[in-house]
Design a protein around this ligand. Structure first.
Ligand SMILES: [Zn+2]
Length: 887
């Protein structure tokens, strides 16, 4: 699974309060600003973590510890072995139900059994039979979560039994759960089920992880089960269906429906079962002789190859990198509406969230190829070898996240890949401010907790460090052997350790204990000195972290010694709190750098003079080091030497674009005397061949423009020159640049800017939309309300929440609401059709503002809400409606 990526920094520019904005992680291409981890984090860790790996759970745990960390969570005991699952499914669209008949083949795992317990959440059960017998079996189903079936006799592990269950699944009756990675857990989702909402397609899709497949078919819903499967799904003939495995045949039915038969012979875990249906365009591709398919809404058919076209190359790359050919029947990817996560690695049938449906402009601004690589890599790490319990989820997620690095390293080079790793480290370090957990995590309150930046981002950094520790050959051979040894089976971290020990001949117990079974991370302070009398360089290292189980980390890092054009790499072994390395040299080095390759999964705090940062910004051998140096120089950007250095980097087309955009970002803070020089020299960058560079150049131009009065502006460029610069931007094929150009024109000339905003208002891109909304708001333009209303109808998820919030603010500020009926109809639709209860609550909240500001609409709104009381099922939404009606 991949968590959603939100590019929502644009929304902050509205000055929208944080209560309107919901959680999400800010990403901005070219931005390298790592989240600063306060030293307090170490103290917090003491409160949060003290998991002792020495199987402390065998002793009685103190109540306090359980409260703090949650109970010990073992793998599920396997009473039965799930062997095969047959499903005959018929969605009931009007009521968002699923009529099903499931036939399960099972065998007692080891001990004889006379009762079978199956997970089945929120079903109406019609009949349960054994084998071909017509006689029903006795069962109890008290909590509507698990069926306890009396088998009538005791079976041994020599026996195989077949159980058939006829049922109706009613996912919307289930109480909602979920996590930060997966917003909901009702397993089966209908979008616009009755087809009455004209703004949205009719779709259904499923989401099994963690244990929600049992919301649509009865199973043993545990990651340590593996079953082959057959699915018959009946859909309207105009719909496609998609499930795991191969489509064996399709049968037309007399009632205008069609039944598709899907089959997967290779076993996989129940949480990887998948189903989707709706009107999609299907674009075919191939890897070797294996079908690779892309399913998107019809209007994105022409972009499908642009979005997914690197997939066959990716399958080839991973097959070779892991020395294990892609093992499944096919590889399909489908983009659905309102998905509860970023994407999900259902075996051979990945579901993506709708942000992947990009046109060429938005694709140029940033693709989602990382997500595609992540889900594909799960087909080895997760689907082929599966974490045997949620405590071991890092065995899936750390590897999938690190595979994003591997793909970038291969396809786009080391600098791109290292930027990915830097982002991963920053995200983990930011999370470590509030929690520090071991990667293998047997204590938690809810299994959804483990889907965090430890299991994903920190895990990726740890694997990268392990690769540097073992060497490429040992690391990749280890991965390959591990896959071969454990294929179609479950895994724990120990499986990997044993394979790597076998290969390398090394004992890795302490290594794994330090990195995977302990919480926290090293924080290394480093000072560099030159001893003139002895002619030796000194690297003075002190470990200052507080990590509960690790007093001192054992680290292997390389140091780089820069002398003119030469760089000497020296391996350093650190195994105490304080270490001084003395390196004899003939002359004083220009700069020394500990952890030259930046592999440390932790922090390095360096103390150096500004000129050393300047040297590194210009000459460090790794671009990631250069960006770190540029960030250090940002606060001194007004210094003439720093200014010259950054300007030189930004202009130099030989440099990697990540370094150039970092320099541009730093220069946007310049407010010294050479503004004219800066903007004149950077003018050619507005037409650079690299989109990111053009975008950052426009962003810089705007930032300076806004910081100047009219006289200053005209000293730099004439009015017609300013206009012409931004007009060039308006012809660009990037929404980011269009958006910057529009803002620029509006700053120069509000009348012209407003006119341009109107001319661009047919686009549905959110970045550009945000600029248009900002201008409409500033100009109090009557087009604002219709534009907001249209945007709210077309965007999804968090953006919709944000726009609803803006609409509320707009009404609250007492501004002209234009067509109030238009707004009211929108809010009514949102309160009915929005699949997310939070969106429905938000829409009702805006109705409340509307009543306050425009009391004439109160009777209408109250009448509407009273009707909703009888139809709304979600308790939170009902509570909101009732509280409003009571006021
Ligand atoms: Zn994942």
């Amino acid at each position: 699974m991949r968590t959603r990526v939100f590019i929502y920094f644009i929304l902050l520019s509205f000055g929208v309060s944080s209560s309107v904005l919901l959680s999400g992680c800010r990403t901005r291409k070219g931005s390298q600003k790592a989240a600063e981890v306060e030293s307090k984090a170490q103290e917090i860790s003491a409160l949060l973590d003290s998991l002792d790996l020495e199987f402390e759970y065998l002793q009685s745990e103190s109540e306090e510890k359980v409260k703090k960390e949650g109970d010990f969570q073992p793998s599920y005991t396997r009473y039965f072995r799930l062997i095969h699952t047959q499903l005959e499914l018929r969605p009931v669209w009007d009521s968002a139900w699923m009529e099903g008949k499931a036939t399960l083949m099972l065998s007692p795992w080891f001990y004889p059994q006379d009762t079978l317990v199956l997970d089945a959440k929120g079903f109406d059960i019609h009949k349960i039979r054994l084998g071909t017998s017509e006689t029903s079996l006795e069962y109890t189903y008290e909590n509507r979560k698990q069926i306890h079936i009396a088998l009538g006799k005791t079976y041994t592990r020599e026996d195989t039994i077949k159980i058939t269950i006829e049922y109706t699944a009613k996912p919307n009756d289930l109480k909602q759960g979920g996590s930060s990675a997966i917003r909901s857990d009702k397993g089966l989702y209908f979008i616009n089920p009755d087809g009455k909402n004209p703004d949205r397609p009719q779709q259904l899709w499923t989401q099994g992880e963690t244990e929600a497949s049992s919301c649509w078919f009865p199973t043993i819903d545990a990651p340590n089960q593996k079953t082959s499967q057959e699915v018959w799904i009946t859909v309207p003939d105009s719909f496609i269906s998609l499930s795991n495995g191969r489509k064996m045949k399709s049968m037309n039915n007399p009632d205008g429906t069609r039944t598709d038969y899907w089959k997967q012979d290779l076993p996989h875990a129940p949480y990887l079962f998948m189903l989707a249906a709706g009107k999609f365009s299907h674009v075919s591709d191939f890897w070797r002789n294996i079908p690779v398919d892309y399913y998107v809404e019809p209007e994105y058919e022409k972009y499908a190859k642009m979005i997914f076209g690197n997939t066959p190359e990716m399958i080839e790359f991973f097959s070779k990198k892991f020395n294990f050919d892609y093992p499944w029947d096919k590889f399909s990817q489908i983009v659905v509406r309102d998905f509860v996560s970023g994407a999900m690695e259902n075996t051979s049938a990945v579901i993506h969230f709708d942000a992947l449906q990009q046109d060429s402009f938005s694709h140029r601004d940033g693709s989602y190829e990382g997500i595609i690589a992540h889900e594909l890599a799960h087909h080895w790490f997760g689907d082929l070898v599966t974490a045997e319990s949620w405590a071991q989820i890092c065995m899936n997620e750390s590897f999938a996240t690190y595979s994003e690095y591997l793909w970038k390293e291969y396809k786009y080079g080391l600098s791109e890949a290292e930027q990915e790793l830097e982002n991963n480290l920053s995200i983990y370090l930011a999370e470590s401010r509030s929690k520090m957990k071991p990667l293998v995590r047997h204590h938690y309150h809810s299994r959804e907790e483990v889907f965090d930046s430890h299991s994903y981002q920190k895990g990726a950094c740890l694997l990268h460090y392990m690769r540097s520790e073992l060497g490429d050959d040992a690391f990749f051979e280890g991965l390959s052997q591990y896959l071969k040894k454990r294929k179609f089976n479950t895994v724990e971290m120990e499986d990997l350790r044993l394979v790597l020990e076998e290969i390398t001949g090394r004992d890795l117990k302490l290594f794994f204990d330090q990195w995977f079974y302990s919480s926290g991370h090293p924080i290394v302070e480093v000072n560099y000195a030159w001893d003139e009398t002895e002619n030796q360089a000194e690297i003075i290292v002190r470990q200052v972290q507080y990590a509960p189980r690790i007093e001192v980390y054992t680290l292997n890092l390389s140091a780089a010694i820069y002398q003119g054009d030469e760089v000497k790499l020296i391996p350093l072994h650190i195994s105490s709190r304080d270490t001084i390395f003395r390196i004899p040299l003939s002359v004083k080095p220009d700069v020394m750098v500990l952890d030259h390759a930046m592999v440390l999964p932790g922090k390095i705090e360096e103390y150096r003079e500004g000129e050393e940062w300047l040297f590194l910004a210009k000459s460090a051998r790794r671009d990631r080091q250069r960006i770190r140096a540029i960030e250090q120089l940002m606060s001194d950007v007004n210094d003439e030497v720093v200014f010259e250095c950054l300007l030189g980097i930004a202009k130099d087309k030989q440099q990697w674009n990540g370094v150039r955009t970092s320099a541009l970002e730093a220069l946007s803070f310049y407010d010294g005397d050479f503004r004219k020089v800066l903007l004149t020299e950077l003018k050619p960058l507005l037409q650079d061949t690299i989109t990111d560079v053009r975008y950052m150049a426009y962003a810089l131009l705007n930032q300076h423009l806004e910081g100047m009065d009219e006289t200053e502006r005209l000293e730099i460029f004439s009015l017609s020159e300013w206009v012409s610069l931004f007009e060039t931007g308006l012809k660009d094929s990037s929404y980011n640049i269009l958006s910057e150009a529009l803002s620029g024109i509006y700053t120069i000339d509000t009348v012209a800017g407003l006119k341009v905003a109107h001319s661009l208002s047919h686009y549905t891109n959110e970045t550009l939309g945000a600029s248009i909304i900002r201008i409409y708001r500033k100009a109090s333009d009557p087009a604002l309300v219709p534009f907001l209303v249209r945007s709210i109808r077309t965007v999804e998820g968090y953006s919709r929440m944000m726009y609803l919030g803006l609409l509320g603010m707009h009404i609250e500020a007492g501004l002209s609401v234009g067509n109030a009926i238009l707004i009211l109809n929108l809010l009514k639709d949102m309160a009915i059709f929005s699949d997310s209860p939070r969106q429905r609550i938000q829409a009702i909240g805006v109705m409340e503002i509307m009543i306050e500001e425009l009391p004439a609409y109160k009777p209408d709104i109250f009448e509407y809400l009273e009707q909703r009381l009888g139809k709304e099922k979600e308790e939170d939404v009902l509570r909101r409606i009732r509280s409003m009606l009571e006021e």
